[in-house]
Ligand binder design. Structure first.
Ligand code: FAD
Length: 318
């Protein structure tokens, strides 16, 4: 028995959310007294053996170039090969786009219980209860997995990345390739931005209170000073003030940064559904009755066009 962690990469770089899942899996293996191994697909900028520094004993590597674009079926087949080779009983993913697409397929193939969006290590003192956030981050549930094989996806920004040493892991090549993938990316359009939204520790988000796309410069300055990613509410994306990939909420991207700064956003339930898992929420709104203030940790009542430039100025002094 062992714990197997799927480590996701983009352009050869391991994603931050995957390193969090990796640290989660290694800590879990330690807790239940077993070994942790990793599986990685596609070309890596660094040596796969270097993942040993996060505490894994072995890395199963599907080296084929064909894995450089994600195909859920091809990834499932390759990860299943690693599951069988490592005799894994717990398989850990990040709760990012790839994890959300692949983990349920793995769980179905293994007839395993799946908990999606874990925020803490399981309580293994009596069964295997995994804590996850529910109702758009309004509550937590402890969900017991009763099947012998278990699959967990770990919510981004819920678990600290821990390097455990400088050891190198043993690397075993996988036979699987994505040559027969049913879906292949024809073209890839890269999203410009300083920090990817789903991985950002700080998100600066604008709503209809910004009045128009020409005013976004003040949010860009604030985001730049904080090394933050930019986001927006749905009407802003629908009106083409900002690109759709910045839209957060129930029908957009779900984020869980350490700090979410909402500027000129009313805080409709559909918006909160995508941002409620943020550790700290700061709201700037001129309407003291805006619903967002009920969900916020800190609120500033006032005109965003006065407050945001002053805030940026102060942050730049730090
Ligand atoms: P508004 O509600 O118009 O709020 C603008 C805010 O700016 C107001 O609170 C106002 O007081 C403030 N303001 C104005 N001027 C200033 C100023 N000068 N200084 C400071 N504050 C100012 N929405 C999402 O965001 N994401 C989703 O995923 C999403 N999914 C949806 C799914 C469904 C099925 C439906 C029905 C709706 C969905 N919505 C979603 C829309 C959602 O219900 C709200 O309409 C939307 O979130 C409102 O956007 P907003 O807060 O930017 O605009």
């Amino acid at each position: 028995m062992s714990v197997l962690i799927f480590v996701d990469q983009a352009e050869g770089q391991i994603r931050k959310a995957s390193l969090e899942a990796l640290s989660y899996g290694v800590a879990l293996a330690k807790q239940i007294g077993t070994t942790a191994n990793a599986v990685v697909l596609g070309n890596l900028a660094k040596n796969a053996a270097d993942l040993g520094s996060y505490g894994v004993s072995k890395v199963y590597h599907g080296e084929s170039d064909t894995f450089n674009t994600m195909d859920a079926q091809a990834y499932t087949n390759a990860i299943m090969e690693a599951v069988q080779k490592s005799n894994a009983e717990v398989i850990v993913f990040s709760h990012n786009q790839t994890g959300r697409a692949v983990a349920p397929r793995i769980a179905a193939k293994l007839k395993a219980g799946l908990v999606a969006g874990a925020v803490a290590l399981p309580d293994t003192s009596n069964g295997f209860a995994v804590r996850k956030s529910v109702f758009s981050g309004k509550a937590f549930a402890n969900v017991a997995i009763t099947s012998p094989v278990k699959v967990i996806t770990v919510n981004p920004n819920s678990f600290r990345i821990a390097e455990t040493g400088s050891e190198t892991a043993q690397v075993e090549k996988l036979d699987a390739t994505a040559d027969n993938a049913k879906v292949k990316a024809a073209t890839v359009n890269k999203v410009q931005g300083e920090v990817p939204l789903t991985e950002a520790e700080i998100v600066v988000s604008g709503g209809r209170g910004m009045k128009g796309p020409e005013n976004w410069g003040i949010l860009e300055d604030l985001a730049h000073s904080l090394h933050a990613a930019l986001a927006c509410s749905r009407p802003v994306a629908d009106a083409h003030w900002r690109p759709h990939h910045e839209h957060v909420g129930q029908t957009g991207i779900q984020v869980s940064p350490n700090l979410y700064i909402a500027v000129g956003i009313s805080g409709a339930i559909q918006h909160l559904a995508g941002v409620n898992r943020s550790k700290v929420m700061v709201v700037i709104n001129k309407d003291a009755e805006a619903p967002f203030f009920k969900a916020a940790d800190y609120g500033v009542v006032g005109d965003l066009f006065e407050i945001v430039p002053k805030l940026t100025e102060e942050i730049k002094k730090l």
